[in-house]
Design a protein around this ligand. Structure first.
Ligand code: FAD
Length: 318
């Protein structure tokens, strides 16, 4: 079932969903199963699986020379989605990114997803790689998530890149895109960023999932701003609890979001790591309850491998 059909079927009830990361290369599916076996009690209608593009590392050869080698730390998004749908009664939402893919490769990935019966996709641009100053698209790939949305919409209309395909079978993808209540870090200002988000929706995206935020007012203002410029699709809040002291710096640095004064003060007062985790859990529960009371379609939790924390929050909210 499509993500938007789940929202419609829920008739205003707030759903709960989770995002998981593929295991590290060489790891096993058990790491994901052990996370989800616990979280399935909350009956998520869909699970997102992130995509991680290759990174480059430098290996020292016996000759002493360095060799640049591409490594994939977390492969397997598509296979993991198929495995999740097979094991649980749940829809899987693979994240698909522009970075590292030619449009042909993207088409092939979408054809595979269609064959597997996976018809939800979160369409993203992806970030710059570790050694790049800015995002560099594949020379035959997409520059923006907007272009990926357009490619998927074309396939939904039966139009493929390959000119030899005539009367191609229509796919039926439900397309999600990212939104940023605190603005995407590269955008010159909030309004410009929002206008680009509207383009993704006008091009055919069916729903938006937000970047994490710690102040619900940011989300409420974002939804108002979207509605004011005519974005009508569901806007799913993405939530991640603070759990460790170093995240007071790493989360703002990595995700370009602010942490409210009260949350930071409470975390700084905490005696140890467990006390900080409890502050983060309590904060996220309050955020979730307020969002649920406001009638959001779904609370979408970024699990980041921390099953216990997410389970405590989901249990308090459901
Ligand atoms: P875009 O919508 O393409 O926007 C990127 C930037 O370009 C923005 O500043 C925007 O304002 C600007 N822009 C957009 N269109 C145009 C245009 N036509 N002309 C000029 N400027 C334009 N990354 C991963 O690698 N894997 C994941 O699994 C993943 N999952 C994510 C899930 C969520 C919910 C979110 C919020 C982010 C996720 N990311 C993931 C991170 C994401 O790839 C980065 O935030 C990336 O920098 C931007 O992706 P986007 O799809 O928002 O890009």
């Amino acid at each position: 079932m499509k993500v938007t059909e789940h929202f419609a079927k829920a008739k205003g009830k707030t759903l709960i969903s989770f995002e998981v990361l593929p295991p590290l290369k060489g790891g096993s599916m058990e790491t994901i199963f052990s996370t989800l076996d616990v979280l399935m009690e909350f009956k998520p209608p869909f699970i997102d699986v992130t995509y991680h593009r290759e990174e480059y590392i430098y290996k020292v050869r016996p000759s002493g020379y360095y060799e640049k080698a591409a490594i994939r730390k977390r492969p397997g998004t598509v296979g993991i989605c198929a495995a999740l749908m097979h094991r649980y009664e749940v829809d899987a939402v693979p994240h698909l990114i522009c970075g590292g893919f030619s449009t042909d490769e993207t088409e092939n990935a979408l054809i595979d997803l269609n064959f597997l019966g996976i018809n939800n996709v979160l369409a993203l641009r992806g970030d710059a790689r570790q050694f790049e100053e800015r995002f560099v698209p594949h020379e035959h790939g997409h520059k923006y998530a907007l272009d990926l949305v357009r490619q998927m919409v074309s396939m939904n209309e039966g139009k493929y890149l390959d000119p030899d395909i005539v009367n191609g079978q229509k796919t039926d993808f439900c397309i999600g895109v990212a939104g940023y209540p605190e603005k995407h870090f590269e955008a010159p200002n909030f309004d410009v960023d929002l206008a680009y988000t509207k383009k993704k929706v006008d091009a055919g995206a069916h729903y938006i999932v937000t970047q994490m935020f710690f102040d619900n007012q940011r989300y409420f203002d974002y939804v108002d701003a979207c509605r004011n410029i005519g974005i009508e699709v569901p806007i799913v809040p993405g939530l991640k609890p603070l759990t460790k002291s170093y995240q007071l710096n790493s989360i703002p640095r990595k995700f370009f979001v602010n942490m409210p004064k009260d949350l930071v003060n409470e975390a700084l007062k905490a005696k140890d790591q467990e006390a900080i985790r409890q502050v983060g859990i309590e904060w996220c529960i309050q955020q979730s309850r307020e969002l649920k009371a406001a009638g959001v379609p779904c609370l979408h939790y970024y699990t980041m491998g921390d099953t216990d924390t997410i389970r405590q929050i989901a249990a308090a909210v459901s």
